[in-house]
Design a protein around this ligand. Sequence first.
Ligand code: NAI
Length: 325
Amino acid sequence: MADISFAGQVAIVTGAGNGLGRDYALELARRGAKVVVNDLGGSGSGVGASATAAAAVVDEIRAAGGEAVANTSSVASREGGASVVNSALEAWGRVDILISNAGFLRNGRFEDLTDEQIDPILDVHLKAAFYVGQPAYRAMRANGYGRMLFTGSASAMFGHAWQTNYAAGKGAMLGLSNVIALEGSAYGIQSNVLLPTANSRLAAEMDQGFMEIPAFAQALQNADFSTSDGRVVPEFNTPLALYLVSKDCTATHGVYSSNSGRYARVRICAAEGWVAPRGATPPSIEDIASHFDQISELGDFSEPMTVYDEFTAVAKAARKQGVYP
Ligand code: NAI
């Protein structure tokens, strides 16, 4: 197949001074994109700031003959998000691609999390998606084209102990991206979520204490994480991330996992369930209890792509179960 090119396109990668974002930026530039390399340059737990992380990646891109500008704003503020998008507009007048990737961790047991562990995490993951996403969307909408990729996490989709704050912020990417995909379809804007995995600086932060969790230690052993053949370096996430933001990709409204060289779609589905008898009276709690096996059975599930699809699936289940004529 022909090489996938980003020639002539303008891409924004947030948190591109390290780890996954750095490699996305380098590869986008290698394939012809002009790249805004955003990075605040703080620590793995979001403390401090430095201009060097973004500048080093820009230098690397330029040394290889590519085009890039650095932006050192925090994406966790409305002004910072606007500044990131303005960097693209001032330098090149358009935005084709947004990879919302910046982030950090502040892990803790649910019952112990403080506001200093909750608010900055929701700001950098959930609110930053709005702060950068909204001005980027407006620029894309003006051109009738755009590709957005939001960075979710398996910690949110599947669960990971001591990360309720992070999972709440990352889980929100699902709803956000689904609705952007619906609204954006009229303007050529596609939106997806990536659940990456990498032995990055952030992962090192994450591992602290987790070996105490037997299932975590076992999973790492099963995955041969520590002695891997390199499949958990950030670079293994780049092919799927970049395909999802390419012109060649028509997928939208999706969630995709990249984990140790396994690339897979992840989906939320709804069981056929139990449809209560018709009438104005809601079922009792006991009715729910006595139908709970049927409610939970995933045998005949549907995958609603919109709320409207879900209503259709309910009607189908109701007909199948003889509740609707
Ligand atoms: P990393 O720590 O190597 O890179 C993240 C970058 O984001 C850093 O350079 C940091 O300075 C920057 N950043 C943090 N806060 C910022 C802010 N307010 N404004 C601008 N830049 C900021 O981490 P990594 O692993 O590359 O993570 C990238 C993304 O992938 C994050 O959103 C992370 O939560 C997510 N992720 C990573 C996984 C992994 O296994 N490494 C697993 C699941 C999700």
